[in-house]
Design a protein around this ligand. Structure first.
Ligand SMILES: [Zn+2]
Length: 103
């Protein structure tokens, strides 16, 4: 079984829908997705104990609006938000973990 990867991504309302190559679908709430941004500025780097301590990040309404999404490097999805934030690379694995948590 090949590793899961998205075959289709579509922002729908306040969600991002991803269709995986095994035919399953995941729906991500945009606000939850932004708050889970894995980039270093948003505090996505785990500390030496493996804990992820997120700094206080200020969000505005635009922070939870998705401007675009694209596949990067065959392993991650880059999300660009309407406040200009685009440094978060969500690996497929990370997305699947988020999807499992919210199901
Ligand atoms: Zn970020």
């Amino acid at each position: 079984m090949p590793a899961l990867h998205p075959v289709n991504m579509q922002p729908i309302g306040n969600e991002l829908a991803i269709v995986w190559n095994d035919g399953s679908e995941s729906y991500f709430n945009l606000e939850a997705l932004r708050r889970a941004c894995p980039c270093a500025a948003c505090g996505g780097e785990p500390d030496v104990m493996g804990h992820v301590v997120r700094p206080l990040v200020t969000y505005v309404e635009k922070s939870f609006e998705l401007r675009s999404c694209r596949l990067i490097g065959g392993y991650s999805v880059q999300l660009t938000w309407n406040d200009g934030h685009d440094t978060g690379l969500y690996t497929y694995k990370y997305l699947q973990q988020i999807a499992e948590k919210t199901e």
